[in-house]
Design a protein around this ligand. Structure first.
Ligand SMILES: NC(=O)c1ccc[n+]([C@@H]2O[C@H](COP(=O)([O-])OP(=O)(O)OC[C@H]3O[C@@H](n4cnc5c(N)ncnc54)[C@H](O)[C@@H]3O)[C@@H](O)[C@H]2O)c1
Length: 367
């Protein structure tokens, strides 16, 4: 391993380390022992079929140096992030005799992290788990912060818990096997971090090759720091944590209105274009910063995908967003690159009318 960075997350419910280093998976057992107080009675690695095939046995071999270790697989894909898979996994844990002192290792992307974290939070009323994220999205975002959950018939992430991992081990070198099409899900979030909280990060990303894992890797620790800082101050999304939703109100509506033919990262890129426009329209995002954001986001070349979307569908899905209060949409909006706007210097949730929302969609469709 070359070098390792440690980022501390300190939400009120428990604090933990995020260890980041190329090759960290080769010495994962010592990394685990560094970050947890005592050895677990047994370890269950949960991974989807793709990640289990690539990294499962290697990791199981490492962990078995500490204690009895099993690898539990489930079929890859968002459609399997549900109660049925959670129940199958819990039943396998029980058959393997995993007790209250056992440890779950969530090895994979955001689907695995959410699902395995959810199982850990309810199995025997909660056992310890750690996150080993293997997608860019999971390394910079979903593995940190303790949001776990599964999808239901009535929507995404509708059943879930706040349950923090004991540590997060990030090995950027695994991104070399990640399909290129998955990168945008992480890069969109990285650009979001720049806009909501770090101008230097935004500047760095503006000059980077956003298709190159080698270039992107350098920014991972910075992104982890921003997320860790935010969730440490506001674990349960009372106010500050909502800034992480920048681009996501419109983005989620776009994903749903396209019947998920527009991917998550692409939708967030479009969402930031629309919400940046709204922030400028409401008078708090300056023209220069708005233009700079636009240049970076347009480099993804996804605006043409928004053209066919219907305004009425988008409005319907945006109104179903969790942040709508008394029929008024609420969004977190930037006032400059690196800082978010606060209403009356307090709330990061800004009210947005349907008219402004619709005009922002027109703007994106006209690009
Ligand atoms: N909990 C949170 O705070 C939070 C935040 C954002 C997103 N999420 C959730 O994250 C999920 C999306 O996560 P995702 O984009 O990581 O998708 P994912 O977990 O489905 O992974 C994407 C694909 O990449 C494969 N893969 C993963 N790592 C690989 C590697 N190193 N090499 C080769 N293939 C690899 C997986 O098998 C999968 O097919 C959604 O369910 C979303 O709700 C959660």
């Amino acid at each position: 391993m070359t070098s390792m960075e440690t980022v501390k997350a300190s939400p009120p419910s428990s604090s933990y380390d995020i260890l980041i280093g190329d090759g960290i998976l080769r010495s994962v057992s010592s990394a685990l022992l560094r970050t947890t107080e005592k050895s677990p009675s047994s370890i269950a690695i949960i991974a989807d079929s793709n990640v289990a095939r690539r990294y499962g046995s290697r990791l199981a071999g490492q962990f078995s140096k500490i204690t009895k270790t099993n690898l539990l697989r489930f079929p890859a894909g968002e459609k399997n992030k549900n109660l049925r898979t959670a129940s199958i996994l819990a039943s396998k844990l029980s058959k393997l005799g995993v007790d209250r002192y056992g440890l779950i290792v969530a090895l994979g992307g955001g689907v695995t992290g959410d699902l395995a974290g959810f199982v850990a939070s309810i199995y025997k009323r909660g056992i310890a788990y750690i996150q080993i994220p293997t997608t860019l999205l999971a390394q910079v975002d979903s593995s940190i912060g303790g949001k776990t959950g599964v999808d239901t018939d009535w929507g995404k992430n509708q059943l879930g818990t706040f349950y923090q991992p004991k540590c997060v081990l990030v090995d950027p070198s695994v991104l070399l096997t990640l399909p290129k099409s998955q990168l945008i899900n992480g890069t969109a979030e990285m650009i979001k971090y720049g806009v909501i909280g770090d101008k230097n990060l935004f500047d760095g990303l503006s000059n980077a090759d956003l298709q190159s894992v080698r270039d992107l890797k350098k920014f991972i620790p910075n992104c982890c720091k921003i997320k860790a800082e935010i969730i440490s101050k506001d674990e349960r999304e009372e106010n500050l944590r909502s800034i992480l939703n920048y681009g996501h109100t419109v983005g989620h509506a776009i994903e749903a209105a396209s019947q998920y033919s527009i991917g998550h990262g692409e939708a967030i890129v479009l969402g930031m274009l629309a919400e940046g426009w709204i922030a400028r329209e409401l008078g708090f995002f300056g023209e220069d910063d708005f233009e700079r954001q636009k240049v970076v986001l347009q480099s993804f070349d996804v605006t043409r995908k928004a053209v066919k979307l219907r305004q009425s569908d988008l409005l319907r899905f945006a109104r179903a967003d969790k942040k709508v209060a008394s029929g008024v949409m609420r969004m977190s909006l930037p006032e400059r690159i690196g800082a978010m706007h606060r209403d009356s210097k307090v709330s990061y949730q800004i009210s947005v009318t349907s008219d402004v929302f619709s005009r922002s969609i027109h703007y994106v469709q006209s690009l």
